[in-house]
Design a protein around this ligand. Structure first.
Ligand code: ADP
Length: 471
């Protein structure tokens, strides 16, 4: 089976979050399982681009409204990622350093999707599946069915995976001119409450919808940033498939980012060495339990409650716990954490920014990972932390609910709480401090969680079943 993944992110080419990790791993494991999986994404100006060799695969042109544009599709020469990787270059639109955050993102990603569909229409053969990821690529199923120039691709099965339903790519109807000539009777397939809503369009037009965990699929019916009724209506074609993690990249025995490698057998010693190095670097006491947070500093992750929750926990544990933050996002939250590095030096530290290497070191050296997320479609951090023997402390939502068992339950190894509130986080930190003192229990939890199978091998077949259902 030949599968084309279309995505805005793919690790290690360009990653802003979990979407990048998934698109960097799923195709690799699909290829290992015997399928032909390819990825096509925008050609941003990232380090990966300059460090690899490329060949031109196709040159074409199209229109974005009145604007004529040329595009070039290049292919990575060495198949280094374990799958064929194609980048789409559009001068003036995609040739930027960052993935998102520009005023013309709607134009950029619409042009990218037009280029992809145009490129596909020039292939000599047809792939078996076009697999789109999130709203940046969710107009493709519409384009393939209702844009006059591409309708002949309409019989090609499409799947849309929702990694995050909060972001939908809304555009005003004035931007409808960007979409290549389309059947105006199909306006309803683009519209949601008076705007063009790419994610809603994808849900309506794709053959199958997958979400990145089972619980998230349930939650979307009651909390989908306005699309609840749509998910309820389309429930028949929706499937929840829990993300995997790339066990080759995330392996504490071989991880090139770690100075001290360890396995299940020597987890206590290995983690202690990593923790000591981490604490030395950030001026923290390695004898105290180390609580960390890694991620986007946004409301979705409940990062806004963390400064107060941490101050409360520091007070209630009488300073017998350390905290380390790695993340970036809303300025007010960043500012508050930066202040705390001064007011709570020696007990709290924060790195504001994105640092892949440091994130690996933190997963390895921390004792507990905090994830109070209000919304968590799957969450990869808790799975990475489990693989590195770090106890996840999570709010019971989405994928966190599907992957973490509270230590109070049978064979539990994590800590779960219900509300994204200061009280719940503080209470959970208290429970963690107690278990930290019980070294035998802590070691059992670490060993147990490190052996849980979150590999993609387990998941690839579920995607295959979805693809087969569309053939
Ligand atoms: P998201 O909602 O952000 O996609 P996920 O849990 O699905 O959340 O994935 C987050 C991914 O991004 C993980 O690989 C995590 O380690 C990484 N990550 C998030 N913030 C940072 C950061 N500041 N530095 C390094 N890695 C980060």
């Amino acid at each position: 089976m030949e599968i084309i993944h279309v995505s805005a992110e793919c690790y290690p080419v360009a990653k802003a979050g979990g979407l990048g990790d998934v698109v960097g791993a799923l195709p690799k494991y699909q290829c290992k399982a015997g399928d032909i999986a390819k990825v096509v994404m925008p050609m941003y100006r990232t380090k990966f681009l300059y460090e690899h060799e490329w060949e031109v695969d196709f040159k074409g042109s199209s229109n974005l409204g009145n604007r004529y544009f040329d595009y070039t599709v290049i292919k990575e020469k060495t198949n280094q990622l374990g799958f064929d990787l194609y980048l789409v270059d559009i001068n003036g639109l995609l040739d930027r350093q960052k993935i998102y955050g520009y005023d013309d993102d709607a134009e950029r990603f619409t042009a990218f999707q037009i280029a992809v569909v145009n490129w596909l229409s020039n292939w000599e053969h047809r792939p078996d599946i076009v697999h789109c990821h999130d709203h940046h690529t969710a107009l493709i199923p519409f384009m393939m069915q209702f844009c006059y120039d591409y309708q002949f691709l309409g019989s090609l099965p499409t799947v849309l995976t929702i990694h995050n339903g909060q972001y939908q790519g809304w555009m005003g109807w004035d931007k409808s001119i960007f979409i290549p000539r389309w059947d105006l009777w199909k306006r309803g397939m683009l519209d949601w409450e008076g705007n063009i809503n790419p994610l809603a369009s994808g849900v309506k037009c794709a053959g199958k919808i997958t979400t990145v965990s089972m619980s998230y699929l349930e939650e979307l019916r009651v909390n989908a940033n306005g699309l609840e009724k749509l998910f309820e209506y389309e429930r028949g074609k929706c499937v929840g498939i829990l993300n995997g993690i790339d066990n080759e990249i995330w392996d504490p025995q071989t991880d090139p980012y770690l100075e001290h490698h360890f396995s299940v057998k020597d987890v206590t010693l290995g983690k202690q060495k990593n923790k000591e190095a981490l604490c030395k670097r950030f001026g923290l006491d390695p004898q105290k339990p180390l609580f960390v947070f890694i991620g986007r500093l946004v409301g979705e992750k409940a990062a806004d409650i963390l400064p107060d929750a941490i101050r409360t926990a520091i007070h209630n544990t009488q300073g017998n716990a350390s905290f380390l933050i790695l993340g970036s996002g809303e300025t007010a939250i960043e500012w508050e954490f930066q202040q705390m590095t001064g007011t709570h030096a020696g007990i709290f530290n924060a790195v504001i920014g994105y640092d892949e290497k440091l994130s690996h070191h933190i997963y390895a050296g921390a004792d507990f990972l905090l994830m109070p997320s209000r919304v968590e479609p799957c969450g990869l951090n808790q799975m990475y932390s489990m693989r590195y023997g770090t106890v996840p402390i999570v709010r019971s939502t989405g994928g966190l609910k599907d992957t973490v068992v509270d230590m109070g339950d049978y064979q539990g190894f994590g800590i779960r709480f219900d509300q994204a509130s200061i009280t719940d986080v503080d209470y959970s930190v208290g429970r963690a401090v107690s278990v930290y003192r019980d070294k035998v229990h802590l070691e059992w939890m670490r060993k147990h969680m490190m052996q849980i199978d979150h590999s993609w091998e387990r998941t690839v077949d579920q995607y295959r079943q979805v693809y087969l259902s569309l053939q």
